[in-house]
Ligand binder design. Structure first.
Ligand code: URA
Length: 197
């Protein structure tokens, strides 16, 4: 149905399919690099994302950038970033099933066009959307799942959860995220390895 990301973006920017279109300031379609081999799917725009029209630019987003930087990844070079739904729910409440349903064609189209090799499923809302058989992020995080178009998907903690859990001790959410991001970098590097025979 869509042939280019730009087509989906244009449709999305004027979308009126659910009531969030009335309360939003800006549609938050995507950030990062459109031709990346890696895609991160978050939950929904928050206050700053709604103001700027860019995903993950508030405090959680700044932490996400730092996590990427720790292993030499960056949103400018390595990852396409989007959310399960493209408009901010009032007071940052969880998206309602009907809002997710109204928005799912956009996320699906983003995946269909990008065909990422690695998908990072960030937090419980994204987990419920991408891997509904999994019971919760604490159990699912850090494992590789088979994703669309032969991709590998890894659920990871949402950075806002890490902001609420400051410990870096072994086994803490931040420590677990460190393990996950190292595994993700290793997998990402494999995509770029040139086989010399
Ligand atoms: N949290 C998300 O899940 N997505 C954003 O874009 C911002 C915060």
């Amino acid at each position: 149905m869509y042939e280019e990301l730009e087509q989906i973006r244009e449709k999305c920017l004027s979308c009126q399919k659910c009531p969030l279109s009335k309360s939003r300031h800006k549609v938050v379609f995507s950030g990062g690099v459109p031709n990346s081999k890696m895609m991160l799917i978050g939950e929904a725009p928050g206050y700053w994302e709604d103001q700027k029209g860019i995903p993950f630019v508030g405090k959680a987003g700044q932490l996400l950038d730092k996590i990427f930087e720790c292993v030499g990844l960056s949103r400018e070079r390595d990852v396409y970033i989007c959310n399960t739904i493209k408009c901010r729910p009032p007071d940052n409440r969880n998206p309602l099933p009907e809002e997710k349903q109204a928005c799912e064609e956009y996320l699906k189209a983003q995946i269909d066009i990008l065909k990422p090799r690695i998908i990072l499923v960030c937090g419980n809302i994204a987990l419920n959307t991408m891997i509904p058989t999994e019971r919760g992020i604490t159990r699912a995080r850090g494992k590789w799942f088979d994703g669309p178009y032969g991709s590998k998907m890894m659920p990871i903690f949402h950075p806002s959860y890490l902001l609420r859990n400051d410990s870096r001790e072994k086994g803490s959410p931040k420590w677990l995220m460190w393990q996950d991001i190292k595994a993700i970098k290793e997998e990402y590097d494999k995509l770029n390895d040139v086989i010399v025979s």
